[in-house]
Design a protein around this ligand. Structure first.
Ligand SMILES: [Zn+2]
Length: 271
């Protein structure tokens, strides 16, 4: 599933291609994604210009003079940019042709992603209005997370995966950062000490930055017609390693399920 680093990399890949470019036309090949694509954009977007490309959580925001396309990649979605005449491939559902003779295509085998159009400020959109701070900004800091912890008896892993607390900490990143911060994923949030929260904040930022940097090496995948921008190969220390031995202490790695998500941890290193 594309996580925050993949979405950030997608933004970095397509922003220089579409910013300040004029739209020739918009073609919907398959309207039925998680929510149907509003056909109005085939009429309103031609001759409009992309003014800015942003990311908020896992949403891509493609701003034009008239409004914003909100794109979510779902489980298997990806965006690519190609010359106009490149033949369509299976699961190409949507494309935006630019006057520059480049087309931006949305491909999504499982169709869990979506493309919405809004003319309202995006921060007021129901999908975005309740989102917590971005993990890589100053607003996500020890004081902030410690306050959230004190107010909750939920397992700490569930808290940091809650988008209203902080966006973009998916299962892999939550599992890995709790390991490197040496905190058990099922610890009640309100039992964490301030120094533990401080380390956790640092580790979350560190692993996300590392993944975004790894994504920089995959930028070429965004303009190859058949290659698909994939998951970043990253060295994981604990995620998905149930039954293996902890590389720090050699103890057997345990597995539990928290909020329906498989969670691995070292019963020795994490307290
Ligand atoms: Zn260990």
């Amino acid at each position: 599933m594309p996580e925050l680093p993949e979405v950030e990399t997608t933004k970095n890949a397509i922003a220089p291609i579409i910013k300040n470019q004029i739209i020739q036309n918009v073609i919907i090949h398959q309207k039925q994604l998680r929510w149907p694509i509003d056909r109005i954009i085939t009429q309103t977007l031609p001759n409009d210009t992309f003014t800015n490309i942003k990311r908020r959580g896992k949403y891509l925001l493609l701003e034009t003079k008239q409004g914003t396309l909100i794109i979510h990649l779902g489980m298997t979605g990806c965006l690519k940019y190609l010359p106009w005449e490149t033949p369509l491939i299976k699961h190409d559902h949507f494309e935006i042709k630019l006057k520059s003779k480049i087309t931006v295509r949305y491909n999504d085998p499982r169709k869990f992603g979506f493309i919405l159009w809004t003319t309202e400020p995006t921060e007021l959109h129901p999908l975005l209005s309740k989102l917590g701070p971005e993990p890589l900004t100053q607003s996500f800091n020890t004081k902030y997370l410690f306050t959230k912890c004190l107010a909750s008896s939920r397992p700490i892993k569930n808290l940091i995966m809650d988008n209203t607390v902080v966006v973009g900490v998916g299962n892999i990143y939550a599992t890995e950062s709790l390991f490197t911060a040496k905190i058990l994923p099922h610890r009640k949030s309100n039992t964490l000490q301030e120094n533990e929260v401080s380390l956790l904040v640092k580790e979350i930022k560190k692993i996300l930055k590392k993944s975004i940097n790894a994504g920089g090496t995959t930028l070429k995948d965004f303009y190859s017609p058949d290659g698909k921008p994939g998951y970043f190969k990253q060295k994981l220390q604990i995620y998905g390693k149930k039954g293996e031995n902890c590389y720090l202490c050699n103890a057997n790695i345990n597995k539990i399920v928290l909020a329906q998500r498989t969670t691995t941890y070292c019963p020795n290193c994490q307290i």
